[in-house]
Design a protein around this ligand. Structure first.
Ligand SMILES: Nc1nc2c(ncn2[C@@H]2O[C@H](COP(=O)(O)OP(=O)(O)OP(=O)(O)O)[C@@H](O)[C@H]2O)c(=O)[nH]1
Ligand SMILES: [Mg+2]
Length: 377
């Protein structure tokens, strides 16, 4: 006999506890007395039964509803919050019932592995684009593709099978990142306007903005969804031109600057924010090509001047200029597949390491088939 909390942890109006195993209905009757004459085993499958739950034989009963799905499966619907469901599950455990996590519960119920992985992934996804990708695999997309590839191999067509596997590998770069938000770090000199840009992208005043150089001291993350993709924007302490001679840099600020550098190392994308009035070529050559250059405060720079990089984006948080464009460019850099190979992510996408092992296994089969030589030239 096994039990699991089927609703999410946390506050809510209702909690649902599942109980399953041979003779579950009979078993649960030891703790539950229905209102009315008929006992739970006397009720038909599908019955919704109101009654009292006795977590302790001598204790007071708790009003709740038991749904009899069939003789071996029940749902117990009790008050939301963790206390009521916890009391129900603890009383079941005391009688020897095994408590499971919800993925283990679904697996034990015979759910197919990809469907299970999709449900787990969906529970952790924040943006609509990632959710749509996983929902397609939940609906059978990925399993269908694995079946098709196996069919191609069985029919002696390794070339098409290989092309399909190549496509899955390309899609997996994004697929394996779906449950982890992208990390975008904003870096630049003190007062460059980093915090202002984060607030403009987030649409609210998350980071403190002030004319005082060195306002941001520690890393501050803001989770946003830009163009359908979830990401963390990481605000950092501004860099001083010459740290060694800068009298105003305290130990705290220095620690913040060290953290900023470390954050850039692990970022998916670094935005180098430069005050549009202070651009010089020396700065520009310092930044790697994969960094995104943002020239801020365009409302204050009459002329954009010749010292610009073609791929830089000019912004102003005062007029809003360039903010939408910046959001678009951030997403293009993080998910170039959307631009470079439209349709790739709209199709089947592997999203777990286990699925990628299946892809590798199929690749080995392709190599074996190819090694034996094609059946038709
Ligand atoms: N006119 C104008 N002023 C801006 C713009 N962006 C930022 N500022 C001003 O520039 C100053 C610094 O902005 P912040 O966003 O705090 O800059 P920061 O890069 O986070 O600075 P530190 O945290 O000190 O490193 C503030 O006074 C802002 O109001 C802009 O687009 N136009
Ligand atoms: Mg700041």
């Amino acid at each position: 006999m096994r039990t699991s909390l089927l609703t999410p942890m946390g506050r809510g109006a209702l909690s649902v506890v599942g109980v399953a195993g041979p003779g579950a209905v009979q078993f649960v009757s030891r703790l539950f007395s229905p209102r009315g004459a008929r006992t739970l085993p006397d009720r038909p499958d599908g019955a919704i039964v109101f009654g009292s739950w006795h977590s302790r034989v001598d204790g007071p009963g708790e009003d709740l509803v038991v749904v009899r799905r069939d003789a071996d499966t029940l749902e117990i619907h009790c008050h939301g919050g963790l206390a009521a469901a916890e009391a129900v599950m603890t009383s079941l455990e005391r009688l020897g019932v095994l408590r499971q996590t919800w993925p283990a519960w679904l697996r034990a119920g015979g759910m197919a592995e990809i469907e299970l992985e999709a449900r787990e992934a969906l529970a952790g996804i924040g943006g609509p684009k990632a959710a749509a990708i996983v929902a397609r695999q939940l609906a059978g997309g990925l399993q269908g593709e694995f079946d098709r590839i196996e069919g191609l191999l069985a029919a002696g067509d390794p070339t098409d099978a290989n092309a399909a596997l190549d496509r899955l590998v390309r899609a997996a770069r994004v697929g394996l990142r779906l449950t982890r938000p992208w990390r975008v770090v904003l870096s630049g000199s003190v007062n460059a306007g980093k915090s202002s840009i984060i607030n403009a992208l987030a649409g609210y005043a998350r980071s403190i903005v002030s004319p005082e150089p060195g306002t941001t001291r520690d890393l501050l993350e803001t989770r946003v969804v830009l163009n359908g993709w979830e990401m963390d924007l990481v605000d950092t302490a501004g860099l001083r031109e010459d740290d060694a001679t800068e009298g105003g840099v305290t130990g705290v600020e220095r620690a913040g600057i060290a953290r900023a550098a470390a954050a850039c190392e692990t970022a998916d994308l670094v935005l180098r924010v430069i005050d549009g009035r202070q651009i010089d070529e020396g700065h520009l050559t310092r930044f790697a090509n994969h960094d995104l250059l943002v020239f801020s405060k365009v409302d204050l720079t009459g002329d954009r001047g010749p010292t610009t990089r073609a791929d830089a984006i000019w912004t102003s948080v005062i007029t809003g200029e360039g903010i939408g464009e910046l959001a678009g460019e951030i997403v293009r850099r993080l998910v170039p597949e959307e631009t470079n190979e439209p349709g790739l992510l709209a199709d089947t996408v592997p999203f777990t390491d286990r699925q990628m092992k299946l892809v590798e296994d199929l690749r080995r089969t392709v190599a074996d088939v190819t090694g034996r030589g094609p059946r038709h030239a």
